[in-house]
Design a protein around this ligand. Structure first.
Ligand code: FAD
Length: 491
């Protein structure tokens, strides 16, 4: 068994991990990141697209795990997209150096200030809107599509149709910023560069165009010379030692998922950035196995960010559909947040199937009126999620309202084929909470009952933020790590 010492270890290389790594490295600290997924860039293995799922399509499975229409015949490989399955909800997430940034839609949305204040009453909203959100957008290279390109490009017919229909139904729409480089996309369209978003690449990774974390925060951190990333290293559990240091039991796997080495890591300072579900699993499992102290609040105040997927089929043959060719990068949304009775935001989502399936797809984001809870089942050694249809009742009502209003104004039916009765209540891309800032942790993410352990990822956000979450995860992580460094936590 190999034993490795490192002063600061970060578990996970998604948003929280990448932000912490950069700021610590800039402050001259040596940092080691342990990431269970593959370093795709280093491996040289290309990402596959939606129409030809290959190695990157799924984490160690024989069948793809897109939200619908899945294919068999995969050779199990440490792919970029993974899914956790619970009784009433499935949760998707990214695996690899860059975490969720490898597989997500890149939608970079800043929450509404009023809702941010409601979710985080103890944070200084002015400081966030003047400094941390602009900083996050700058580092993530957020940009906006050119309106002329959007109007002219056949790959955005789905957005133009979606917006026209929303307006006809009396809804307000908004332009959605993204980390995908739209100048690159314009060149793709002219066939000047290899295609990515215009070649159905997204949830299995993008080979070009997308500013994922390996191209932004992680690249900058590596350029300092202070960061080392070990990929294909899965941390199974953590022990707190009597001298307040930590011991991590980890497995080094190969790309088929076989364990090639058991490793033990020791560190003085530990940052958990394994994503909401990964961090909760580590904390709850370590608690069950090793009496690891976690306090009463870990696992509480969890939510799906109001995610609710739905779709509409166009029955009218004269409708014209949403286009056979679709960019994978969403740029339009319906903003109904200020409606007191039916507050929601929805992405006008692409459905690039290689043919015009005459279906409009939407991922709604709602408020989360009733939160869930995550706990650990010691017998079956897995995390359990207390979440059922009572948690999504209001989300379903909003979705029903939206679809009915859209169909009334434009024609169409609920997409029964895609989802059970047209309602994808069990689809979650945005798990949040369970280790909430100021509840399970102190005001800057230090876990209660610990001197040397910090949580910096989506689990800090109490289950809801009203928009796609990564800009907020980055802003909160920037805020926490800046203050932790200022307080000499890593001296
Ligand atoms: P993550 O980015 O999930 O990173 C955690 C990392 O830790 C992962 O790389 C994981 O492999 C690693 N890890 C976990 N456990 C262990 C362990 N035990 N040992 C070692 N490593 C471990 N959000 C948006 O804002 N806009 C979007 O357009 C958008 N689209 C999405 C589309 C899809 C298909 C999905 C799945 C998500 C989408 N999201 C989107 C959500 C967004 O990607 C996540 O909210 C975000 O990635 C969470 O960041 P994080 O730092 O909490 O953790």
């Amino acid at each position: 068994q190999k034993e490795i010492e490192a002063p600061i270890i970060i578990i996970g290389s998604g948003y929280g991990g990448a932000v912490s790594a950069l700021r610590l490295c800039e402050a001259g600290k040596k940092v080691l990141i342990l990431e269970m997924g593959l370093n795709w860039e280093k491996s040289g293995i290309p990402f596959s697209n939606l129409l030809k799922p290959g190695k990157s399509a799924a984490w160690l499975r024989k069948k793809t795990i897109a939200p619908f229409m899945n294919l068999f015949n995969l050779t199990p490989f440490t792919g970029a997209l993974d899914r956790l399955e619970f009784e009433n909800i499935n949760i998707w997430m990214g695996r690899g150096v860059g975490g969720g940034s490898l597989v997500n839609g890149g939608m970079a949305v800043t929450p509404k200030e009023t809702y941010f204040k409601e979710v985080f009453p103890n944070l200084d909203a002015t400081k966030f809107y003047d400094f941390y959100f602009p900083l996050a957008r700058k580092e993530l290279k957020v940009n906006v599509i050119d309106e002329q390109f959007l109007n002219d490009c056949p790959y955005y017919k789905f957005t133009r149709v979606g917006e026209e229909e929303a307006h006809k139904a009396g809804f307000k729409t908004m332009r959605v910023p993204n980390v995908y480089d739209f100048k690159y996309m314009e060149k793709e369209y002219k066939n000047e560069v290899p295609r990515s978003a215009l070649n159905t690449e997204v949830i299995y990774g993008n080979n070009y165009g997308k500013n994922s974390l390996d191209k932004t925060y992680l690249k900058k951190a590596l350029d300092t010379g202070n960061l080392e990333i070990l990929d294909l290293h899965y941390v199974d559990n953590i022990k707190l030692n009597s001298d307040k240091t930590y011991t991590l039991n980890a497995q080094n796997i190969n790309t088929s998922g076989d364990v090639v080495a058991e490793k033990v890591f020791h560190c003085k300072k530990l940052i958990l950035a394994a994503g909401t579900m990964g961090t909760l699993k580590l904390l709850l499992r370590s608690n069950a196995m090793n009496d690891f102290p976690i306090g009463q609040k870990v696992g509480k105040n969890w939510g799906n960010n109001g995610n609710f997927m739905t779709g509409r089929n166009f029955v009218n043959p004269l409708h014209g559909g949403t286009g056979a060719q679709q960019s994978t990068i969403p740029v339009g949304g319906v903003d109904n947040w200020d409606d007191k009775e039916h507050p929601f935001f929805t992405e006008i989502a692409p459905l690039p199937m290689g043919m015009d399936v005459a279906t409009a797809l939407y991922l709604l984001i709602n408020r989360v009126d009733k939160k869930g809870q995550v706990s650990y089942d010691k017998i079956n050694k897995k995390i359990v999620l207390d979440w059922d249809k009572t948690n999504t009742e209001k989300m379903k009502e909003n979705t029903d309202y939206f679809i009915k209003k859209m169909n009334k104004a434009n024609g169409g039916t609920r997409a029964h084929l895609l989802f059970d009765n047209g309602f994808g209540a069990n689809i979650c891309y945005h798990p949040l909470g369970g280790c909430v800032l100021g509840e399970a942790t102190n005001e800057y993410g230090k876990l209660k009952d610990h001197d040397n352990l910090y949580v910096l990822d989506g689990s800090l956000i109490p289950g809801t933020i009203g928009v796609n979450p990564f800009v907020t995860i980055v802003a909160i992580s920037e805020y926490c790590i800046e203050n932790l460094i200022k307080q000499n936590e890593f001296a």
